[in-house]
Design a protein around this ligand. Structure first.
Ligand code: NDP
Length: 358
């Protein structure tokens, strides 16, 4: 196979897995990075490509600048636009976040439209563009759109960027055979390929590190990053996917369920994982002082029900069980030394104890 595929934001968590999936299937891949001088941020991908004999190169391009995008897409037949800011705390300037997401998407699409070789763009959107701001708990499908006026900045950024992408694609002349496919993941967990974490690792990281005293009543529809990478490849390859959105997410999982999974798996290894709930009132109060918790407040009690039936049916996509995803996320946080294992000492009678007990 000799076609080259462009993946934007190669240093990111999801894009890294997408690149691995593409290399594993024989594609030549080009990744965009913001800073070519920072070779450390992509070293894991260079090593992987060398190990499997894959063809991988990198170019510099920033979503906030025009420069670089024409050169990035040159010679590529498919473009997977994954990059977008995903802040862990509410941004100081919401309009800057939204501008980067929307204008960046339009920059990538404009470069694609101007480059005759490009036939398909796969955009990584989110269930954040589908399931927010609704007044009821109905199961959301690809027919639904987030209600902008009732949604926080990140959700608005993903919704507006995806809408802009569809408007752009709809306005293309029919003669320009370029189609758009959108993948809408839920909360993405799974193993890290490098020590860089994504915002979505925070709940598991904090639980494993014993950094949460109790559990806010929040939850997510989770998808494993390895399954999501497969979904991106299928969305890119399947001719029938043109013009479609595909939700990639499983059932809603409360943080409490996640904590119980982790406690069962890692408790016996000396990790102290909180499994007690926190009253909403307390979370709201603490969030006044804790910026990291502020994004949690609008999500209190919210159940995200989305259906991935279309991806299963049309792409033949499957998902692994959430238990495996949560366990592998935690294992990789330990392997990448993002969370330290508990110090264990031998207690009288040979019982192993954690540092906290010792
Ligand atoms: P990461 O934070 O790991 O990756 C984000 C990537 O976007 C990084 O490569 C980053 O580059 C790049 N980026 C950010 N701003 C710019 C910019 N101005 N110009 C160029 N590149 C930029 O996040 P994820 O991998 O988790 O997310 C990737 C995509 O998936 C995003 O579009 C996100 O909205 C979407 N998504 C993520 C979900 C999740 O749970 N993780 C859920 C649903 C959707 P750099 O390394 O230079 O910062």
């Amino acid at each position: 196979m000799s076609t080259r595929v462009l993946v934007t934001g190669a240093t990111g968590f999801i894009a890294g897995h997408v690149i691995v999936e593409l290399l594993d299937h024989g594609y030549a891949v080009r990744g965009t990075v913001r800073d070519l001088a920072d070779s450390g941020k992509r070293a894991h991908l260079v090593e992987y490509a060398a190990r499997v004999g894959g063809d991988l190169d990198f170019v510099a391009a920033d979503l906030n600048r025009d420069a670089g995008w024409a050169a990035a897409v040159a010679g590529c037949t498919q473009v997977l636009h994954v990059a977008s800011p995903f802040p862990a705390t509410p941004p100081d300037d919401e309009s800057e976040l939204i501008r980067t997401a929307v204008d960046g998407t339009l920059r990538v699409l404009t470069a694609c439209a101007d480059s005759p070789a490009v036939r398909r763009v796969v955009l990584t959107s989110s269930t954040a563009a589908i399931a927010h701001g609704h007044h009821d708990d109905a199961v959301r499908t690809e027919a639904d759109w987030t209600v902008i006026e009732r949604s926080p900045a990140y959700q608005r950024s993903k919704t507006l960027a995806e809408r802009a992408a569809w408007e752009f694609a709809d306005a293309l002349p029919v003669a320009r055979e370029l189609d758009l496919v959108v993948v809408n993941p839920g909360m993405v967990l799974g193993p890290l390929l490098s020590p860089e974490t994504s915002t979505s690792h925070e709940p598991v990281r904090r639980l494993l590190a014993g950094a949460v005293p109790g559990l806010p009543r929040v939850g997510w529809s989770v998808v494993d990053v390895r399954d999501l990478a497969v979904a991106h490849r299928l969305a890119m390859e399947n001719p029938r996917a043109a013009g479609n959105r595909y939700i990639c997410a499983g059932e809603h999982v409360w943080m409490r369920d996640m904590a119980e999974l982790l406690a069962a798996e890692f408790g016996p290894r000396g990790f102290r994982i909180a499994t007690r709930g926190l009253p909403d009132r307390l979370v709201r109060l603490v969030a006044v002082f804790d910026r990291g918790l502020r994004l949690t407040v609008p999500a209190l009690g919210r159940v995200e029900r989305v259906s991935a039936d279309r991806a299963r049916r049309e792409l033949g996509w499957t998902m692994r069980p959430v238990r495996e995803t949560v366990r592998d996320t935690a294992d990789s946080l330990l392997r990448q030394r993002i969370v330290a294992p508990p110090r264990r000492a031998s207690a009288p009678g040979g019982r192993a104890v954690s540092a906290a007990e010792a």
